[in-house]
Design a binder for this molecule. Structure first.
Ligand code: H2U
Ligand code: ZN
Length: 364
């Protein structure tokens, strides 16, 4: 893969490390999950910025906001009153993008596959992580995040058993910069009949690797990352958080289990608590980097639940945060990135080092 003139750089124990040439020179890295390349331009980190800056997000102060759609006992925008919930709480999205009773159809209008459409059905739900308006995952206790993990798991079990659901996508948009509509700590579930694009793409990479090597791509990757350590941000008994070798977003993080698990519902009790703990560590670390509530889109990637077997799939979670150099300077995916390939300036190794330093300040 690194054929053209690069050679392989062996570390002390003969393990492969990032080629020193790559730390300072333009290069591209391969994402084996999606089978796509990302351009890395480390020499460019000093470039001046006179473009858009964002306002620093203020921390939310109120434990209960009478005007919040998601606070317990309040009237929602759709006219339904939320009950006075006391722990993690789920409701059907009042403005759902998917509906279970949507008609099934498929059409290919010109018969050439150029005007293809299919009916899509599913369910959209909102999960209030906590009744407290002023909390975030980073500020919630591990026990409170554990109740979020439990609810995610129950949702995956319930929806995964349905014959008309093929994938359960759980995610959180955090912060106005990522389009979150409300500071109340919440996430969403979009469960659909078909398997969405990103998952199809990651399945392609994992299948190819499994067929070639008879091994699970992300399990082997996790072992390599743990043995090298240079992109590891945090770890506990059951999980490791890394800035992927092929990360696109400046401070992108992937959370991987340290054993092969395809679904959330396959976690042991201890793993559920350890998952809660590493989510707290990652989100608290993020908030420390620029001393601001760190915006991100986060999501879980279990295997599809369409009745097929996925021995090649490893459960994982992605964090995609947009901030680049400060609380007010974000990365944009524009120009070359829309038309060519994604590109980053700071290397994943230096982002991991920044996150590790921030993590040390959190635990100090
Ligand atoms: P985001 O902040 O990630 O947009 O999630 C909030 C979701 O909550 C959004 O999908 C739903 C929106 O449709 N919502 C309701 O279902 N009812 C409301 O009263 C407000 C928002
Ligand atoms: Zn994924």
């Amino acid at each position: 893969m690194y054929a053209r003139g690069w050679g392989v750089c062996a570390g002390e124990e003969g393990r492969c490390r990032v080629n020193p040439l790559a730390q300072q020179n333009p290069h591209r890295r391969f994402n084996p999950l999606k089978r796509e390349w990302v351009l890395v331009s480390p020499h460019r980190t000093q470039r001046p910025w006179q473009g858009q800056t964002e306002a620093k997000a203020a921390a939310v102060a109120l434990a209960y906001d009478p005007d919040c759609y998601l606070c317990p006992g309040n009237l929602r925008a759709g006219g339904v009153r939320t009950e006075k919930y006391t722990s993690t709480y789920v409701f059907e999205n009042d403005f759902a993008a998917l509906k279970l009773d949507a008609p099934r159809f498929s059409s290919d209008e010109d018969g050439k596959g150029l005007l293809v459409a299919e009916g899509e059905s599913g369910v959209c739900r909102v999960i209030c992580f906590s009744p407290r308006h002023d909390l975030t995952l980073a500020k919630m206790s591990v026990a409170e995040i554990r109740s979020v993990v439990d609810v995610w798991t129950e949702q995956c079990v319930e929806l995964g058993l349905r014959y008309d659901i093929g994938y359960v996508q759980i995610f959180e948009n955090r912060g106005a910069m990522m389009g979150a509509s409300n500071p109340h700590p919440h996430g969403q579930i979009w469960a659909s009949l078909s398997v969405p694009n990103e998952v199809v793409s990651e399945l392609g990479g994992q299948r190819e690797y499994f067929a070639k090597n008879g091994a699970v791509l992300l399990c082997e990757y996790q072992e390599i990352e743990e043995s090298l350590g240079e992109r590891v941000v945090a770890r506990n008994a059951s999980f490791v958080a890394v800035v992927p070798f092929w990360a696109v977003w400046p401070f992108e993080v992937m959370v991987l289990p340290r054993r092969h698990v395809d679904q959330l519902q396959a976690f042991t009790e201890k793993e559920r608590s350890d998952f809660a703990a590493i989510l707290k560590t990652v989100t608290a670390t993020y908030d420390e980097v620029f001393d601001t509530p760190f915006p991100y889109s986060m999501g879980l990637h279990p295997a599809p639940c369409d009745g097929q077997e996925y021995p090649e799939w490893q459960f994982h979670a992605h964090f995609y945060p947009p901030l680049l150099r400060s609380a007010s300077i974000r990365k944009f995916m524009v120009g070359y990135e829309l038309l060519g390939s994604p590109q980053r300036d700071i290397t994943p190794e230096s982002a991991a080092e920044t996150l590790r330093q921030a993590g040390l300040r959190v635990s100090a």
